[in-house]
Design a protein. Structure first.
Length: 116
């Protein structure tokens, strides 16, 4: 399965929604799209929405961590939307659950509410 991307703004908050499988085959395009998204962020908060990600290999965590570090260096925050426990378990097993804040919905992501 391919990896799809959709960028949008939700009440002024930039959102990059991913859909499909994140694996070694899709990793180069994931890195390119996430990096381009991060560079364009001017808002204090940005969201990467993993709601429609079906499967994710641990190697993708590095791309998300890099995005978070880039935004933090620019005094911005990265929030994740991830209600899928199978996907979130990758963050837990790697210890990155303490690094990323995740939410059940995009609406909650930058409001400070709904932490999953």
């Amino acid at each position: 399965m391919d990896l799809g991307y959709r960028e949008r703004s939700d009440h002024g908050v930039p959102v990059l929604a991913l859909a499909g499988d994140v694996d070694l085959a899709t990793l180069p395009s994931l890195y390119e799209r996430v990096n381009r998204f991060v560079i364009a962020v001017e808002a204090p908060c940005a969201v990467i929405d993993l709601s429609d990600v079906v499967a994710m290999q641990p190697v993708a965590l590095g791309v998300l961590l890099d995005a978070r570090l880039q935004l933090r260096a620019a005094a911005r925050e990265l929030e994740l939307v991830c209600a899928n426990e199978a996907i979130w378990s990758l963050f837990v097993r790697s210890g990155l659950d303490a690094t990323f804040t995740h939410h059940a919905s995009v609406a909650d992501a930058c409001s400070g509410e709904g932490r999953a």
